[in-house]
Design a binder for this molecule. Structure first.
Ligand code: SRM
Ligand code: SF4
Length: 577
C-alpha cells in the first residue's frame, strides 16, 4: 500500500495530531476547500492585497504576498499602506525550459514584474513585483507555454531538483522520465488553480475527491526532493527531505540510493531548530522509485507535526521518532524491506559553467548569473543578451541549483557568435570569473523577503570584491571554496553546507559558519557571532592566511578549518588581528 489514500489528514493515523491543537495554517487549509478559500472573491475586489487567510492558500498556487521593505517606513510615515505586490514562483522540474517558455518569463518580467527574473537555489524562476491585478494574466501567459506555478510554494512537494547538465552518455534522458513520474505522482491535483486563474472551470461535485494523496490538509510543511547523479552533488542532495542518488554503469541507470530528512532551516536563538543532512537509508531498483517516494512522503503527511510549524519539517519527525521507527513504518507500508545504502562519493561535483563540447549539435554553455538575478545593469546586458541568444539559437534553457543558466543543444559553429555577443554585453566567460565569485551564492533577502533580518543578494557582491582582493594577495586565487550568504537563519542559499556561511542576524550583522566542504556533504558550524558586514572579509583574511601557511597538501579550506578546530583558529587569528 503506497499512496495512503485517506479522507483528510486530520483523521489520519497521527494520533498525536488529534490530541494536540493544530496550528492556524492547518485550520486555514482544512477550511480552504482544496486551496480555494476566498481567493477568487478577493481577487475580484478593489483591494491592493489579499487577507492573511488567502495569503496562506496562495502559497500553494505558487505566490507570496510581499511589500517593498525599502519603502515601508516612508509609506507608514506618509499614512500610506504598504507597497504590496506578489512574488510568483514557477515549478520547473529539473530546471528545464524550452526557448519559448524562457522568452515568456523574459516578457512577463518586463510587462508585469520588476524587470528581472530571479533564478532560485531550487532551479526555477521567481518573478517579483507583480501587482494583484496582473496575477491572472501572468499565470495565463505561463500556462499558455505549459508552465505552472502550482506547487511552487506551500505545504506540498516543491519543485523537484535534478542535475541539469546534459551528459554525453544519455543518462540525463534516462532519468527525466523518473523525474516526471515523481512530479505526476506528488503534485497537488486540486482544480482550484485552473478555476481561479485560468479558465474559470467549475468546481467538482462535493463527492469527488480532488486530492487522493494529499487529502484536505496537504502536508504539515513544505517537502523537498532532489535527484542527484552519483559523483556530482550539484543539486545539494543532502539538504532535501528526500534525496535520490542515481547510480549508473556504462551509461545505464542501475538504481537509486535514497536519503531522508535533510533541511537547512533554523530559527536564530532557538537551539532546538537546526540544519540536518539527509541520512542515506536504502538502495532501490529504478522501478521502485515512485512507489517508495510516495510511501515516504505519506509518512510525513500522516505523522508530521501539525501543531507547531517551527517543528513541522520531516527532519524533526525523524529525529523525534528515530530512523529505525521510520524504516519500520516505511517497510510496513511497502510490505517489504529495502536493501541498505552503500557509501557515496562526490568527486565530480561541478558548476557546469563554460562551453562544453559534446558534438552533434549538443554542445552546451554554462553562464554565470550573479546571485541568480537575470537583469540588465549599467555595466552588463545579461537579460537582453540572453533574450537575443535564446531567440536566435533556440536552445533548451537549464537552470542550475547554484543560480546559473545553461544553454544546451548548441552546434559547435555557434561558439564564436555566442561568445562575441556575450562579451559585447559585458558578460564574462566562466574562466574569467574568480573562483570566489563563481562559487558564491546569496538568497534574495531585502527588499522583497518578508523574513530578512539583513541584506544578502544586494550586499554579497561588495563583500566578495574584498574577498577577491584578499585571495589574490594571498596567492590563493586558484583555490576553490564556496561562500554562501543569507539574510536570516532560514538558510535559503544553503549556507550551512558551504565552506563558508554568512548568516544575517540583524541589519549589518552576520554569524560566520565554517568547516563545510565544497561538495555540500558536510555541515559547517558557527565560528563567530554578530560580525559587522564590513569585517567579514577581514575575518576571512585572518583565516585564509593561517590556511595558506598550515594546510596539508590538497586540503580544502573547509576541510582545513574542520581539522585544526575553531579553538585553534580563534587563537591564531586573534594573535594576528
Ligand atoms: Fe526559502 C522562506 C526564498 C530556497 C528555507 N524562502 C522563504 C521566503 C518565501 C520568505 C517567506 O516565507 O516569506 C523567501 C522569499 C524571498 C523572496 O523575496 O523571493 C524564500 N528560498 C527562497 C529562494 C528564492 C532563495 C534564493 O535566493 O534562491 C529559494 C527558492 C527555492 C525554490 O525555488 O523553491 C529558497 N529556502 C530555500 C532553501 C534551499 C533549498 O531548498 O535547497 C531552503 C533550505 C532548505 C530547507 O528547506 O530546509 C529554504 N525558506 C526556507 C525557510 C526555512 C524552512 C524551515 O525548515 O524552517 C523559510 C521560512 C519558512 O518556510 O517558514 C523560507
Ligand atoms: Fe529571506 Fe531568510 Fe530565505 Fe534569505 S534566508 S530569502 S532572508 S527567508
Amino acid at each position: 500500500m503506497t499512496d495512503g489514500s485517506q479522507d483528510g489528514n486530520a483523521l489520519g493515523p497521527a494520533v498525536g495530531t488529534l490530541l494536540t491543537k493544530v496550528s492556524k495554517v492547518e485550520v486555514i487549509k482544512r477550511e480552504g476547500n482544496q486551496l480555494r478559500g476566498q481567493i477568487a472573491a478577493e481577487l475580484a475586489s478593489d483591494a491592493t492585497h489579499f487577507t492573511e487567510d488567502s495569503v496562506q492558500l496562495l502559497k500553494f498556487h505558487g505566490m507570496y504576498q510581499q511589500d517593498d521593505r525599502d519603502e515601508r517606513a516612508v509609506r507608514k510615515q506618509a499614512g500610506l499602506e504598504r507597497a504590496y505586490s506578489m512574488m510568483i514562483r514557477a515549478r520547473i522540474p529539473g530546471g528545464i525550459l524550452s526557448a519559448d517558455q524562457y522568452l515568456a518569463f523574459d516578457r512577463l518580467a518586463d510587462d508585469y514584474g520588476n524587470g528581472t527574473m530571479r533564478i532560485t537555489t531550487r532551479q526555477t524562476f521567481q518573478l517579483h513585483g507583480i501587482l494583484k491585478g496582473d496575477i491572472q494574466q501572468t499565470l495565463r501567459t505561463l500556462n499558455h507555454v505549459l508552465v505552472t506555478t502550482l506547487g511552487g510554494c506551500g505545504d506540498q512537494v516543491r519543485n523537484i531538483l535534478m542535475c541539469p547538465a546534459p551528459r554525453a552518455d544519455g543518462l540525463h534522458d534516462q532519468l527525466r522520465p523518473y523525474l516526471m513520474a515523481l512530479v505526476d505522482a506528488l503534485s497537488a491535483k486540486s482544480r482550484a488553480y485552473h478555476e481561479i486563474w485560468l479558465d474559470g472551470e467549475r468546481a467538482p461535485s462535493p463527492d469527488e475527491q480532488e486530492e487522493p494523496f494529499y487529502g484536505a490538509t496537504y502536508l504539515p510543511r513544505k517537502f523537498k526532493l532532489a535527484l542527484a547523479i552519483e559523483g556530482d552533488n550539484c543539486v545539494d542532495v543532502y539538504a532535501n527531505d528526500l534525496g535520490m542518488v542515481a547510480h549508473h554503469q556504462n551509461g545505464q541507470l542501475t538504481g537509486f540510493t535514497l536519503m531522508v530528512g535533510g533541511g537547512m532551516g533554523r530559527t536564530a536563538g532557538k537551539e532546538d531548530t537546526y540544519p540536518r543532512l539527509a541520512t542515506p537509508i536504502a538502495r532501490i531498483e529504478p522501478a521502485e522509485l515512485v512507489e517508495v517516494a510516495l510511501a515516504i512522503v505519506g509518512i510525513q503527511r500522516d505523522y508530521g507535526n501539525r501543531s507547531e510549524r517551527r517543528y513541522s519539517r520531516f527532519k524533526y519527525l525523524l529525529d523525534e521518532r528515530g530512523i529505525d521507527w521510520f524504516c519500520k513504518e516505511l517497510y510496513g507500508r511497502l510490505g517489504r524491506v529495502l536493501a541498505p545504502a552503500g557509501p557515496l562519493s562526490w568527486a565530480e561535483t561541478s558548476d557546469h559553467l563554460g562551453w562544453h563540447r559534446v558534438g552533434g549539435g549538443q554542445d552546451y554553455l554554462g553562464i554565470h548569473v550573479q546571485n541568480g538575478r537575470v537583469q540588465d545593469t549599467a555595466g552588463t546586458r545579461l537579460k537582453s543578451v540572453l533574450r537575443e541568444l535564446v531567440s536566435t539559437w533556440r536552445p533548451t534553457v537549464r537552470m542550475t541549483c547554484d543560480q546559473n543558466i545553461l544553454l544546451s543543444g548548441l552546434s559547435e559553429t555557434a561558439y564564436d557568435q555566442i561568445s562575441r555577443a556575450l562579451a559585447q554585453s559585458g558578460i564574462r566567460r566562466a574562466e574569467e570569473i574568480s573562483t570566489t565569485v563563481r562559487h558564491a551564492m546569496a538568497c534574495v533577502a531585502l527588499p522583497t523577503c518578508g523574513l530578512a533580518l539583513a541584506e544578502s543578494e544586494r550586499a554579497l557582491p561588495a563583500v566578495l570584491a574584498e574577498v577577491e582582493q584578499i585571495v589574490d594577495r594571498l596567492g590563493l586565487s586558484q583555490e576553490v571554496f564556496s561562500i554562501r550568504m543569507t539574510g536570516c537563519a532560514n538558510g535559503c542559499a544553503r549556507p550551512y553546507i558551504g565552506d563558508v556561511g554568512f548568516v544575517g542576524r540583524s541589519p549589518g550583522l552576520y554569524d560566520i559558519f565554517l568547516g563545510g566542504d565544497f561538495t555540500g556533504s558536510r555541515l559547517n558550524a558557527r565560528y563567530e557571532e554578530l560580525v559587522p558586514i564590513g569585517k567579514l572579509a577581514t575575518r576571512l583574511y585572518g583565516l585564509l592566511s593561517v590556511f595558506k601557511r598550515e594546510r596539508e597538501a590538497g586540503e580544502g579550506f573547509g576541510d582545513f578549518c574542520r581539522r585544526v578546530g575553531f579553538e585553534y583558529l580563534r587563537q591564531v587569528t586573534g594573535e594576528r588581528m
